[in-house]
Ligand binder design. Structure first.
Ligand code: S3P
Length: 433
């Protein structure tokens, strides 16, 4: 296992074009795979997770050609996927596994989806049960809750389903299952997760009725749908958030992240940092590929603690590890609640974040659905030896902590950052001069 040794730089300066959004990159491949024709996707995220999606889609008989950070997908239509000759390996990517499980539940073929040790330990009942209620035939280890998942594709029944968890992966799995069926599907309940699936399917000509408390998908009745959708993937706000926090906590910093997706279902971290008193300027706001986009500049700030809970949680769920670093440097207390989903991520991020904070000299009180902590009030954190545990967002959160830590910070298994952010370490070195 490799490690990296970091220390606090005197200043942080620069402009960063963050990599393409992970959620949109996955969807651009999966949805275009079943479109009627070819599409070109630029600024595609070439992180390991999205490469897993490409490999799976190719195994389903779809041509995907990589041209640098662009990708050309030749869609085969909703009836054109081919039964794969082997198990589909989703690697570390929950999005790949859950979205493909939904799509394949409604396709006339047998498939098995698996992944790495982390993915095989994550809960899948959240998709398996609703899909079964729609008539899907699928099963997995521990009574359907763990991958590998085996799917015998069948015609999916429509109807309605009340979502109990605000999860875009679950919502998208159900919509993709219905896409290949004949009946419409209405989702109610916790539909307030990221809405890239809704935006993209609508742009591909799929009949979606979006209401404040429901989403109804009518499967296409004509084979020209879904249309292929060429797009430029906006920058990932979940990646930009590392630089936002880095700039806010460092005493001599100014960082601009350009071309970041500012979809309101994704900007909870900006709202929280503003509430903490961060010095943030958003400019050059525009629309790109059906998503709001802008440039975000963050400068050195004096942060105060805050509460992160309720409706904010789905809008910043992936940013909580790095927001915990912001809280660790702030004046006063921060309380994180309603975030039990953190326990089902690449690691149990309540436990792993609390352990890392402790090593950095910040005591936290973990709870079932979050944690409470008192920040250092602007004082330096303590340099420490930290582990990514193979979790990309932990590797990068610890790197941000090292920027304001005394002495050296050693991070084991830093290469896991490339799951969502290839080039992260080089960009960090550039900003630190
Ligand atoms: C994602 C949804 C979120 C998020 C993940 C990507 C997506 O997961 O944490 O990184 O692309 O749909 P949940 O759906 O489990 O909340």
């Amino acid at each position: 296992m490799t490690h990296i040794t970091l220390s606090s730089p005197a200043r942080l300066r620069g402009s960063v074009e963050v990599p393409g959004d992970k959620s949109i990159s996955h969807r651009s491949i999966i949805f275009n795979a079943v479109a009627e024709g070819g599409a070109r996707i630029s600024h595609f995220l070439t992180g390991a997770d999205c490469l897993s999606t490409i490999a799976c889609v190719r195994a389903l008989g779809v041509e995907v050609e990589r041209q640098g950070d662009a990708v050309r997908v030749t869609g085969v239509g909703l009836r054109g996927l081919r039964e794969p000759a082997d198990v589909l390996d989703c690697g570390n990517s929950g999005t790949t596994l859950r979205l493909l499980a939904g799509l394949l539940a409604g396709q006339p073929m047998f498939t098995v989806l698996t992944g790495d040790e982390s993915l095989r330990s994550r809960p899948q009942r959240r998709i398996v049960e609703p899909l079964r209620q729609l008539g899907a035939q699928l099963d997995g280890r521990t009574n359907g809750d763990r991958a590998p998942l085996a799917i015998r594709g069948t015609s999916i029944k429509g109807g309605s389903f009340d979502l109990k968890i605000a999860s875009a992966q679950v919502k998208s799995a159900l919509l993709l299952a219905a896409l290949g069926g004949e009946d419409s599907l209405t989702l109610t309940g916790r539909i307030d997760s990221r809405d890239h699936t809704e935006r993209m399917l609508a742009a591909m000509g799929i009949d979606l009725q979006l209401k404040p408390d429901s989403i109804t998908l009518h499967p296409p009745t004509h084979p020209v749908f879904p249309y292929p959708l060429s797009l430029r993937v906006p920058g990932d706000p979940s990646s930009a958030a590392f630089w936002w926090v880095a700039a806010a906590i460092h005493p001599d910093a100014e960082i601009t992240t350009t071309g970041v997706c500012l979809n309101p279902t994704r900007t909870g971290a900006l709202d929280v940092l503003r509430a903490m008193g961060a010095n943030i300027a958003v400019g050059n706001e525009r629309n790109e590929s059906g998503e709001p986009v802008g440039d975000v500049t963050v400068r050195s700030s004096s942060l105060r603690g805050t509460e992160i809970s309720g409706a904010l949680i789905p809008r910043l769920i992936d940013e909580i590890p790095v927001l915990a670093i912001a809280a660790a440097c702030a004046h006063g207390d921060t309380l994180i609640r309603d975030a039990q989903e953190l326990r089902a991520k690449e690691t149990d991020r309540i436990a792993t974040v609390a352990a890392g904070l402790e090593a950095l000299g910040v005591h936290s009180e973990p709870t079932a659905d979050g944690m409470g902590l008192t920040g250092s009030g602007g004082a330096r954190l303590r340099g420490a030896t930290l582990h990514s545990h193979g979790d990309h967002r932990l590797a990068m959160a610890w790197a941000v902590a090292s920027l304001v830590a005394s002495g050296d910070t050693i991070i084991h298994n830093p290469e896991s950052a490339s799951v969502s952010y290839p080039g992260f370490w080089e960009t960090l070195a550039g900003l630190a001069g």
